[in-house]
Design a protein around this ligand. Structure first.
Ligand code: NDP
Length: 464
């Protein structure tokens, strides 16, 4: 059977672009389809603009910190529109780079909403990214990769239409003075810090006692304290009941009867796989309960020639993981190569202020495997010696008692993501506490603490 392409990748986000480029570099005839924006969520409405906004949000505090060091600087006013314009320019630059990388790799680019007509045919309908007067067209391929990502969800409460998600947060015409964030996952914690740093009053409403469920408990407690120290109000163990709009503001009703008046209700309540319009039901692709595409270890769906990677499979929903999956798949299918990634040691970071990062096991996960030696250190870094603000750094190391391998590292403090990126190599390599101890530190830094933790804080016994 003759097809138009060897491979069609649906979705030009981080995972899809890497997969398409590598497959084409191995000699496959590849097409990629994008409906909304080149580079996907990460570049356009995710990691990249979020980090730029987080960087912007830190300058105000840094100006004040500089006073203790002798600078007569003034905080002044933050101009939201300047930041938004600069961010949009940067995204436009990155969009062009993505297009040019794909073209240089000889990938054919298509815009539109893709839907399967049959197991080897895609119908492409014009979308917002398509040029005016674009026509519906059909494309065939031997193989397909679905890399369509995910989209934010909102809670099903009365007045939910008055709330925004991260998608809109990147395009607000002005910064709301009062922001109420629902949820305490990655997005909730990060945007709480962004809006706070830029001058908004922040309320967080979440159903756990401390934020960031899934991370190490002690790290979460350190985060709770850091958010409180930053002046972010946390309404814990609560969920919203409804949102009302008044002429001036919004009123968020909580399930304990409290009402929070706010200028912006921000749902940071998780994301769902993007499968709408793909026609997966037509060709019998198996989905799991949350709509995520079911795959095996080779990224193969219930149809052997159709693969899925990234957020749409809802495994580890992080950009570098999607990229690793896309690369490995293209290498296997067209390069006859096996590419291995240490998914178990996937480092995670949350860009709050100060940021946090984790790699390896949490204490709760670790003690299911055996007795653990726990090292904890909390200190005020030298940077705050002369400042009014005294942000604490928290570091926790989890060492398997029997093997002496360092199985988990957790840090909240300035540069935590930069520091733990390096140390994640040690975790992936299975290095021991003795390996850490024989490493000479860089002085004076916060990171040197990781190689100078002499005093064990406690032993945590195995829990079955
Ligand atoms: P998360 O899954 O991280 O957090 C969702 C939050 O919403 C949790 O606090 C959760 O509470 C709450 N929630 C969910 N359902 C309900 C409900 N019915 N009622 C009340 N609260 C609810 O999702 P995010 O939207 O923050 O982020 C999505 C994903 O995007 C992340 O998990 C991550 O994979 C990725 N991401 C990564 C970033 C990074 O690497 N820095 C940055 C941003 C996003 P509970 O904990 O109780 O379930």
């Amino acid at each position: 059977m003759n097809y138009d392409f060897d491979l069609i990748v649906i979705g030009a986000g981080s995972g899809g672009v890497r997969c398409a480029r590598i497959a084409a570099e191995h000699g496959a005839k590849v097409a990629i389809i994008e409906k909304q924006h080149w580079g996907g969520t990460c570049v356009n409405i995710g990691c990249v603009p979020k980090k730029l906004m987080m960087l912007a949000s830190n300058f105000g505090d840094q100006v004040e910190d500089s006073h203790g060091y002798g600078w007569d600087t003034h905080k002044g006013t933050h101009h939201w529109s300047i930041l938004m314009q600069a961010k949009d320019n940067e995204i436009a630059r990155l969009n062009k780079i993505y297009v040019s990388l794909l073209k240089k790799a000889n990938v054919s680019l298509f815009t539109g909403q893709a839907g399967f007509e049959d197991e080897h045919t895609i119908v492409l309908k014009p979308s917002e990214l398509s040029e005016a007067n674009s026509q519906e067209q059909r494309l065939t391929a031997a193989r397909f990769v679905i890399a369509t990502g995910s989209t934010p969800t909102v809670l099903n409460i009365k007045g939910k239409e008055f709330g925004i998600t991260s998608d809109q947060a990147f395009y607000l015409p002005e910064r709301p003075e009062r922001v109420t964030i629902i949820g305490s996952g990655y997005i909730g914690v990060e945007f709480a810090g962004i809006f706070k740093g830029l001058g908004s009053k922040i309320d967080m409403v979440y159903r756990q006692p401390i934020p960031l469920r899934g991370f190490d408990e002690e790290l979460r407690q350190a985060l709770y304290d850091a958010l409180a120290q930053r002046g972010i109000t946390q309404h814990v163990k609560l969920t919203p009941a409804k949102i009302e709009k008044t002429t001036e503001a919004y009123r968020l009703h909580l399930d304990d009867g409290q009402i929070l008046e706010t200028d912006c209700v921000f749902f940071a309540t998780g994301r769902k796989p993007n499968i709408e319009g793909l026609g997966l039901e037509k060709i019998g692709i198996k989905l799991a309960d949350k709509g995520q595409i079911v795959i095996d270890e080779q990224f193969e769906t219930s149809k052997p020639h159709i693969y899925a990677i990234g957020d749409v499979v809802d495994k580890i929903n992080l950009t570098p993981v999607a990229i690793a999956q896309g690369h490995a798949l293209a290498d296997r299918l067209y390069g006859n190569k096996k590419r291995v990634s240490a998914y178990d040691a996937t480092p995670k970071a949350v860009f709050c202020s100060p940021p946090l990062a984790s790699v390896g096991l949490t204490e709760d996960e670790a003690v299911k495997k055996g007795d653990m030696e726990i090292y904890v250190s909390q200190f005020t870094p030298m940077r705050y010696a002369f400042t009014q603000r005294k942000l604490k750094t928290f570091i926790k190391m989890i060492v398997d008692k029997a093997s002496q391998k360092v199985v988990g590292l957790h840090m909240l403090g300035d540069d935590a993501p930069e520091i733990l990126q390096g140390f994640s190599v040690a975790i992936a390599a299975g290095l021991t506490k003795a390996d850490f101890d024989q490493t000479i530190g860089i002085h004076p830094t916060s990171a040197e603490e990781l190689v100078t933790m002499r005093q064990k804080t406690r032993t945590a016994c195995k829990k079955s």
